[in-house]
Unconditional design. Structure first.
Length: 324
């Protein structure tokens, strides 16, 4: 398979702006596997809710784009039950390991490539308060040690996205400074850049079509706003980094990495609560996690460590009966 090529101009754009939109990267068939897997989970959980009297209809004839919205108008329990990294089916693993995505990640992060289990499923539901994400830098959630290294987010929509259904907005160039002060958002579930520190102009709408990607630096300030349509804005966040950065992946450490680990300030990973794994390597091919069974075991047995609470916030747990 021919490796996906990123142009010099695209690389420079990402370096200067902290984000990059790539169109027509992923085949519909690859995304359809994920959609089918999600549909199966929705169907199974909807049947349970229907049996419990939580919903009046299974909405089985609704398409993928609207079924969860219909269910969520009656109860948020299903949406909450699949939010973030809860699901870890074969199609999700295959997406994380997709060669075209790895080609992109390798271009920016290097040949020895770590995928993080801190992937996130994001069904942005109409009129659902938890779906609106305030201005933030991803590094605010990571270990401060990793601030000046690239932990790349690939934001992957499963439907066409735009400002109406809640695409992301970025503020170009904000990755060049430091991680700014964040505070707890009013929902109690997100970090938010303090309002006075958010630039008031140059907000760029990142309307990404299905099959495309939005690449984000871990320090670029970004947000997403309300979904004003009747459908769900389905998307996933995947994250990749160089194996030379702190990682809890079970891999043979290079001499350079071993020397760094002597430093007591080096964390176990850039995001210690979730498991990293080697997803591509030229020197440690036998250590690459290349089967769903190994991924599933990792997801189900890994015991993480807390991340440094650099802003001293107190989190509010998302509850299954929460509406906003």
């Amino acid at each position: 398979m021919k490796q996906l090529e990123i142009s010099t101009e695209q690389k420079e754009f990402f370096k200067e702006n902290g984000y990059l939109i790539l169109e027509k990267v992923i085949e519909n068939s690859d995304l359809q596997d994920v959609i089918d897997e999600l549909n199966s989970e929705i169907d199974k959980r909807a049947k349970d809710l229907f049996a419990e009297g939580e919903i009046s209809d299974l909405y089985a004839n609704e398409p993928f784009e609207t079924r969860l919205a219909k269910i969520s108008a009656e109860t948020p329990k299903l949406a909450v039950s699949i939010w973030n990294g809860i699901l870890h089916g074969p199609a999700i693993f295959e997406l994380i390991s997709n060669p075209k995505l790895l080609d992109v990640a390798e271009t920016f992060c290097g040949e020895e490539l770590i995928a993080s289990s801190v992937y996130r499923l994001r069904p942005k539901i109409p009129n659902y308060g938890y779906g609106e994400v305030p201005w933030h830098q991803d590094s605010g959630y990571f270990e401060p040690y990793c601030d000046d290294s690239l932990v790349m987010t690939m934001w992957i929509p499963l439907v066409d996205t735009n400002a109406d259904n809640g695409c992301l907005f970025v503020i170009p160039g904000t990755h060049k400074g430091n991680v700014v002060e964040h505070e707890m958002h009013k929902t109690g579930k997100y970090l938010a850049v303090k309002e006075e520190l958010v630039p008031k102009e140059n907000w760029v709408e990142c309307a990404v079509p299905k099959g495309g990607l939005l690449l984000l630096s871990n320090k670029v300030i970004h947000a997403s706003f309300k979904n004003k349509t009747q459908g769900v804005r389905w998307s996933m966040d995947l994250r990749y980094q160089s194996a030379s950065l702190p990682t809890n992946a079970e891999i043979t450490k290079t001499e350079e990495a071993s020397k760094k680990n002597i430093n007591p300030d080096v964390p176990s990973a850039c995001y210690p609560p979730d498991a990293d794994f080697l997803v591509r390597s030229k020197t440690r091919k036998d250590e690459v996690v290349n089967s769903y069974e190994a991924f599933k075991k990792l997801r189900e047995t890994f015991v993480g460590k807390p991340v440094t609470n650099r802003f001293g916030v107190t989190w509010t747990e998302l509850k299954v009966d929460e509406v906003n």
